[in-house]
Design a protein around this ligand. Structure first.
Ligand code: GCB
Length: 593
């Protein structure tokens, strides 16, 4: 689905700001048709934002069920004779949308956009009422999965299998878009580089009568190639490639009839060859983070200020990449990564497909895949999540790989049956990028049934934290042995996609004991030293960029403290050390005192 882009033919209005909000504690809203009139007992709620940390009542914060958003929208005068679309960039986790009481959209999946054409409903109107019902409940059939625990005399309680807060709401912008009635519906580009020339193969989907053409403009706006027709290939002699750390963006101006859609294009290639990851045929190392869209008060609500600070810190510390752990991030984030030359592994929201980790709720003997657990209904939702991710993000030069899931239980043969169609679908939709998943501790090369499907091996490992606790010498030996076992089993690049230690900012220990800032630094130093010794390891994504909110657990100190930065984006001690490694070139030694 095309991201909203203004042009001479497209007018876009962001419907951000305060909406009316009602928390449907008794589940009455649908039966009482709250979409037909003003919401009962409405209070103000900002969009985009999670609602959870903006309410003061603890039971409300824990509410598992539906919440309602509503606002009046002034219909743009310019919409007459044009197509009008209502687009929601993210409603977490499922939503139904009405315009003046008429249902226009339903969507499942909390981190991908959806839209509805509302031309007929806004025609001739000055204002319309938009109502959105958002459901935060997770089940074994949703991505991500969860379980609703219902007990006599208590409100239902949501349990989930992933390690971050189950924030909910309208997390990203809501738009009212107008386009001509004949319009560009989709564009797919694939770029190549050969003998100093760049190629941009394009495929445009259109609706309505009109001529289709494309022009490619360089960063100064000068035309470098042009062609008629809905598909073809542009050749750019002397193309400036998009490189990590040195992004160069062209604009593909796509025209159909009166409609103009501008798409940022970076000309680059990515592929895996043996145990190397190549961008523009040059081997790249990945140094960066698993991140989260998470900040105080807003929760998972997109915030340009947070985003800009996060990218500034990535640059400050010398990181060149991140994984969108554990869900597709806002498109604004990918746009900025395109501009900054940051490499991104884009991940679906399939986190927690491992029922014996994390929760304390026992489901079907804790075997993850099969009837009554993660089954073919879940797999259908997961397939849809893969499709929506690839279809949304495939034109971004920053995206160098697709991650199908985080830490599924891949020790069992059923996992391979479950995952094979998901890998196949990602490759069918995009044969140009490596496909991967983040492998969980315990599913080593001898037992993992899914790694053979991946082009790039992403391993999440916590030697020195969850295992070999406080014993970095043992951790060092065990990590190295495991990495060597992977390399012996597969001729594929290995990325340590998670490593880290919790550190409560301000907690110090001369002897570097667990939870101190010193221990976090020493664990990272040990891990990076091992990584540099093992051939075929292409880098590390430290867990996590910043501290983040989680469910309450005995091993969480008001959230996960593995951040290299605090939740308000200030550095812990380890940040300064990492900066020396990443910006100065890795020394391989222990940090200087
Ligand atoms: C993991 C998960 C991540 C957790 C992290 C931790 O393996 O992928 O979501 O937050 O460990 O800190 O336990």
């Amino acid at each position: 689905m095309l991201a909203p882009r203004e042009s001479t033919s497209r007018e876009h209005r962001r419907l951000d700001g305060l909406w009316d909000f009602a928390l449907d504690r008794d589940g009455r809203g649908r039966a009482e048709h709250w979409e037909r009139g003003p919401l009962p007992g409405a209070r103000p709620m900002p969009v985009p934002a999670s609602w959870n940390d903006l309410v003061t009542d603890r039971d409300e914060r824990e509410h598992a069920g539906e919440v309602w958003y509503q606002r009046e929208v002034r219909v743009p005068r310019a919409s007459a004779g044009r197509r009008t679309v209502l687009r929601l960039d993210a409603a977490t986790h499922a939503a139904t949308v009405w315009v003046d009481g008429t249902e226009v959209a339903r969507h499942e999946g909390g981190y991908t956009p959806f839209e509805a054409e509302v031309t007929g409903l806004v025609h001739g109107r000055e204002t319309v009422r938009v109502t959105v019902c958002v459901d935060n409940r997770l089940s074994l059939h949703t991505i991500p999965p969860g379980v609703l625990v219902e007990e006599e005399g208590r409100p239902p309680r949501q349990v989930w299998f992933h390690d971050f807060e189950n924030y909910s709401g309208l997390h990203r912008p809501v738009w009212l878009l107008t386009t001509p009635t004949a319009y560009v519906a989709d564009v797919v580009v694939r770029t190549g580089l050969a003998g100093g020339a760049g190629t941009v193969a394009y495929d445009v989907t259109t609706v309505g009568e009109g001529r289709t053409s494309v022009r490619l403009l360089d960063a100064d706006g000068a035309q470098v190639a042009a062609q008629e027709g809905a598909s073809g290939e542009l050749v750019v002699p002397g193309a400036v490639p998009w490189r990590p750390g040195a992004a160069y963006l062209y604009t593909l101006e796509v025209r159909h009839g009166e409609d103009v859609y501008p798409l940022a294009v970076g000309i680059r290639t990515v592929r895996v060859e043996g145990a190397r990851l190549l961008v523009n045929d040059e081997p790249v190392e990945l140094h960066g983070f698993g991140m989260h869209e998470d900040v105080a008060l807003r929760g998972k609500g997109h915030d340009d200020a947070r985003m800009v600070r996060d990218f500034a810190l990535l640059r400050w510390i010398g990181a060149n990449s991140f994984r969108t752990s554990h869900y597709p991030y806002a498109e604004e984030v990918l746009d900025l990564a395109d501009r900054e030359g940051v490499l991104v592994i884009s991940e679906t929201a399939a986190v927690g497909l491992h029922l014996s980790l994390m929760t304390g709720v026992t489901i079907r003997g804790e075997s993850t895949f099969g009837p009554g657990a993660i089954d073919e209904v879940t797999q259908r939702a997961h397939l849809q999540a893969v499709r929506e991710l690839v279809e949304r993000d495939r034109n971004h030069p920053c995206v160098i790989a697709w991650s199908i899931a985080n830490e599924p239980d891949t020790r069992v043969p059923e996992a391979r049956d479950y995952f094979a169609p998901l890998f196949a679908e990602a490759r069918r939709l995009d044969p140009t990028r490596p496909v991967t998943f983040a492998n969980v501790a315990g599913a080593g090369p001898d037992v993992c049934t899914v790694s053979g499907l991946a082009d790039l091996l992403c391993l999440n490992r916590y030697y020195g934290w969850y295992v070999d606790q406080g014993d970095l010498a043992a951790a060092e030996a065990h990590l190295e042995a495991e990495l060597r076992a992977w390399r012996a089993a597969y001729d594929k690049p290995v990325l340590l996609s998670e490593l880290g230690a919790d550190a409560v900012a301000g907690l110090h220990s001369l002897h570097a004991r667990m939870w101190s800032e010193e221990y976090q630094r020493e664990l990272l130093a040990m891990t990076l030293r091992v990584l540099r010794r093992v051939d075929g390891v292409i880098g590390e994504h430290v867990w996590n960029f910043a501290d983040f909110a989680t469910a309450q657990q005995f091993h969480r100190v008001v959230g996960n403290r593995k951040g290299v930065f605090t939740r308000d984006r200030e550095p812990k001690q380890v940040a300064h050390w990492l900066r020396e490694q990443w910006r100065g070139g890795y020394s391989g030694g222990w940090p200087q005192a």
